[in-house]
Ligand binder design. Structure first.
Ligand code: ZN
Length: 127
């Protein structure tokens, strides 16, 4: 187990705990790696928490933020070093809160960051 997987597993675990604790309040403590420029001090709405609550998911957001023309799952798989189903899962979660858009271009499915998404416009999650 690499340090990276260890961190990731810990993050996943604490995310589950947070979800249980905060079901009533609907707010979440901001993960430590999110830059302080995020608007609200310590809390994020559940949608935004889906974006930043898992480190690999947030990394996907940051990678997509750098590739304006969008990219494919295969490319993201190479860049993040995760398995394709994992990337697809994360992309689907991001899509479910409108943080990424998907478009069929010929044979390729191209994912782009939706810069107008609530998470980035209103909650100002940096990417
Ligand atoms: Zn939000």
């Amino acid at each position: 187990m690499t340090i990276y997987t260890l961190i990731n597993t810990t993050v996943e675990k604490s995310k589950k705990q947070l979800e249980q604790v905060n079901l009533e309040t609907k707010t979440y403590k901001r993960p430590a790696w999110v830059k302080p420029s995020v608007a609200s001090d310590e809390e994020l709405c559940p949608e935004c928490f889906k974006v930043v609550g898992v480190l690999s998911r947030y990394k996907l957001v940051c990678i997509l933020g750098k590739i304006k023309k969008g990219t494919t799952v295969g490319d993201l798989t190479d860049k993040l070093g995760l398995k394709q189903p994992t990337i697809t899962h994360h992309l689907n979660v991001l899509k479910s809160v409108g943080a990424v858009d998907v478009e069929d271009r010929g044979r390729e499915r191209v994912y782009t960051l939706n810069r107008d998404a609530h998470c980035f416009e209103e909650c100002q999650i940096p990417y």
